[in-house]
Design a protein around this ligand. Structure first.
Ligand SMILES: [Zn+2]
Length: 138
């Protein structure tokens, strides 16, 4: 259906799926939880059955998202604080180093879930049965 494929290519659809990932929900069904614990990612969605990570090492993309977000926020925060308040440099550095470490830990689940959403948007999220069928077709 052209209307459906057009909406799947829209920016609002992409942003919606990234937001679903940010909120730790399965981007395929938007119901299943991606994480079951603080740092424990479910292997598959409990609702629709898609496998969140097919191969080891896929989580590297999420770590890139995490580090890039941390560095951008830290750099912007440092510059804005310096311009507006001009605090002592050592206090400024200590604050942003601690912020950086805490942010990376707190944002860990969200960044990995955003990567799952990106995997979904690039058609990489499938159930094991769908994956097996595609392997047989090759
Ligand atoms: Zn799901």
């Amino acid at each position: 259906m052209p209307a459906q494929s057009r909406s799947k290519n829209s920016l609002s659809y992409t942003l919606h799926k990234l937001l679903v990932g940010l909120l730790l929900r399965c981007p395929n069904c938007e119901k299943g939880a991606i994480f079951s614990g603080l740092f424990t990612m479910n292997e598959t969605c409990s609702h629709c059955g898609v496998r969140f990570e097919r191969q080891h090492g896929e989580s590297v993309g999420g770590m890139y998202i995490n580090l890039i977000a941390a560095e951008l926020i830290t750099a912007a925060g440092f510059l804005i604080t310096q311009l507006l308040l001009n605090p002592p440099l050592y206090g400024q550095l200590a604050f942003w180093v601690i912020f950086n470490i805490l942010f990376v830990v707190i944002f860990y689940r969200n960044s990995r879930a955003i990567w799952v959403a990106i995997t979904y948007l690039t058609n990489g999220l499938q159930t094991d049965a769908e994956y097996a069928q595609k392997q047989q077709e090759k």
